[in-house]
Design a binder for this molecule. Structure first.
Ligand code: 3EB
Length: 333
């Protein structure tokens, strides 16, 4: 059984991978501006890789893979999955809200006409995410713009893709949004330890972030977990302020709780952190790298591929966050 999405971290250059034909859906190159994309499958990401982290994340899928550009959105479409990305140049200080709205409107228009219309997971990389006080903070402005494009009825449980929202350097010129989409909706998973993000209280901003804690992509008998950015939030509150290692451990407790909840929903399959998955660890202060790494190594088997990236987290008191892709195994005997 071949999994619809094979994700891995790789050394080498993006060009080596782009020259391969057939099954390449995307190659993410860390430490480069999103405005440098040279092929629809090439996604430069403005987060610096830390330590000995590989520079590339590679996604492969069943092909053939067709590529194109649609109203500025670059996409690669395989047999079952589409990867798409948008980079919007920010021309003034207060452009985040309108750029976020524009990115989400474009993304939705693209999906409406695509054979893979269901967003499963969306990554949002926002320059200077914590700039601005109170409701003018760029992350909150980003959430406002997103909510203007994506409306939900808060009285019914919405169906939302998983997401990551991370800050890139203030000097980066573009807001970047990239996604994975499929022909069928994913199975949404919420975390019993956390308040759903769309229900966060008003104090976190005028419009709640719109994402589910994870989605499960089920296809051809295989199940893959797409984890949202997971931080040290219990209920809706930040835990372990100023303690990067403890925040990492709390994030892992959240990940395990989410995987357990997914098992409860699926019944016959269980996600397992092993060599078939990937973990991305975002670290705000490079001085915390060793502490965060030790905390991770104490709890996650060494075989699980992982990378460390310098990234700001959406709340100023959060120092680290994890996301990833975790494959499931059947528990049927
Ligand atoms: C949190 O749990 C941390 O705004 O798209 C995680 C994942 C976070 C996605 C987003 C924000 C987003 O609230 C922040």
């Amino acid at each position: 059984m071949k999994r619809p999405l094979q994700a891995s971290y790789e050394a080498g250059t993006a060009t080596d991978w782009l020259d391969r034909d057939g099954d390449l859906l995307a190659v993410f190159e860390f430490g480069r501006s999103p405005l440098d994309a040279c092929d629809p499958r090439h996604v430069p990401v403005a987060l610096q890789p830390l330590d000995a982290t590989p520079r590339l994340e590679v996604w492969r899928t069943t092909g053939p893979v067709r590529t194109g550009i649609w109203d500025g959105l670059r996409f690669a479409q395989g047999e079952h999955l589409t990867m798409g990305h948008i980079a919007i140049e920010l021309d003034s200080d207060d452009a985040i809200r309108t750029s976020s709205r524009l990115a989400y409107e474009r993304l939705q228009s693209y999906l409406e006409q695509s054979p893979h219309p269901w967003a499963l997971k969306i990554w949002n990389y926002i320059p200077g995410i914590n700039e601005g006080a109170g409701d003018t903070e760029r992350y909150r402005q980003f959430c406002l713009g997103r909510a203007e494009a994506v409306s939900i009825d808060p009285s019914i449980r919405p169906s939302l893709p998983a997401a990551t929202g991370i800050g890139t350097p203030l000097g980066e010129r573009a807001l970047q949004v990239y996604f994975l989409a499929g022909a069928l909706p994913g199975l949404d998973v919420e975390n019993p330890r956390q308040v759903s993000a769309w229900r966060y209280p008003r104090r976190y901003g005028p419009k709640s972030p719109l994402f589910s804690r994870a989605t499960i992509l089920r296809l051809n008998g295989s199940s893959q977990f797409l984890l949202s950015g997971t931080a040290s939030i219990v209920g809706h509150q930040t835990h372990h302020e100023n303690q990067a290692a403890d925040q990492l451990s709390e994030s892992l407790r959240n990940v395990r709780s989410l995987l357990e909840e997914g098992h409860r929903l699926m019944g016959d399959a269980r996600a397992q952190l092993d060599a078939d998955g990937i973990l991305k660890v975002y670290v705000r202060n490079t001085g915390d790298l060793d502490a965060v790494r030790h905390a991770l190594e104490a709890e996650v088997p060494a075989a699980v591929p992982r990378i460390y990236l310098q990234g700001d987290i959406c709340r100023a008191n959060l120092l680290t966050e994890i996301d990833g892709i975790v494959n499931c195994r059947s528990t049927r005997s």
